[in-house]
Ligand binder design. Sequence first.
Ligand SMILES: [Zn+2]
Ligand SMILES: [Zn+2]
Ligand SMILES: [Zn+2]
Ligand SMILES: [Zn+2]
Length: 334
Amino acid sequence: MGVLPEWCPTYSSRKKDPVTGEEVFCICKKPDSGELMVGCDGCDDWFHFSCLKIPQKFNELVFSFFCPYCQCGITGPGASSGNLPKTLWRRKCRLPECYKPCAENSKYCSEDHAVSYMCNLIGRVESKGFDAQDVLRQMLQNSDLEKFQKMGHEGVPTPPEGLAPGLFEGDARLRDLESQADKIRTLTRPEIEQQLKKLEAYVAWVKRVNHLLFTSASEDQDGGSSSKNSRALKRKKKSTKPKSICGYHPELRIVCSAEEFAPQYNESEIELYSVCCKLRCPRHLDWAGIQETSLRFQLETLESSLERLALLQKIREDQLKMQVYKELSKSKQA
Ligand SMILES: [Zn+2]
Ligand SMILES: [Zn+2]
Ligand SMILES: [Zn+2]
Ligand SMILES: [Zn+2]
């Protein structure tokens, strides 16, 4: 059995007032006076919010309520099963002053409040000088980011043309965000794409060298014929791992054509033109795969940077739009 909260009187099964005969409820054993009450899912009694020390504004957030006696196992399902029930609450709307439950698959009770939340956020970024990137990082951690973004963006409509000409053009913050995104698009990303191409070409060169070095001429000729015999032979050869040189070059520079390179190779050398020639090289194990993975990862990172910058731009644009509306409302009041 659980422990009753300090403020809760010991249980009484009394249902009627001994003097007036009126039906009584709650831990206070008083009749219904019209005050806000909640029904217990365990014992079917009703309880005053005030008696339970639950703020009335939580009214809509109760999902499944159990009174203190049921939570203790004095009454309700816990009394027989020993599994003490607990009051369950709906998730509250994210807007601090709103105590409505969240709509399905949302962190807000309504689109209106998602928009208000976004506007508050923008306001906070503006007034407290928060790093917009920090705010963004927080937002990215939300699973419903897309919805949030959409809601928020719809929230600040673009001021009519002519009301604020050059609104976005003159803003240094926007310029900065745009130039960051531009740099990625025109410089950083092409650079990495270039490196990927270089790597591909170099890997192809190493393959060609290995082919020239370790594929016998007879096998090469057999490759074209489709007789059952030669196919069986090929399969046999493939099952034993073919010889190959490591091929790693620190700058991935193709020093000469594979046809020139291959004849200069001899098995005693471990390096030729800075190309690693070891047959089994633990030092550069899977160098091509590792480099490719790293470059592709860099590309992905850039893509998410671009997405982040686009989102920051949207936030900034919304800020600017809001400023226009604020100015407007001021001039109207004056
Ligand atoms: Zn009461
Ligand atoms: Zn109860
Ligand atoms: Zn709300
Ligand atoms: Zn090597």
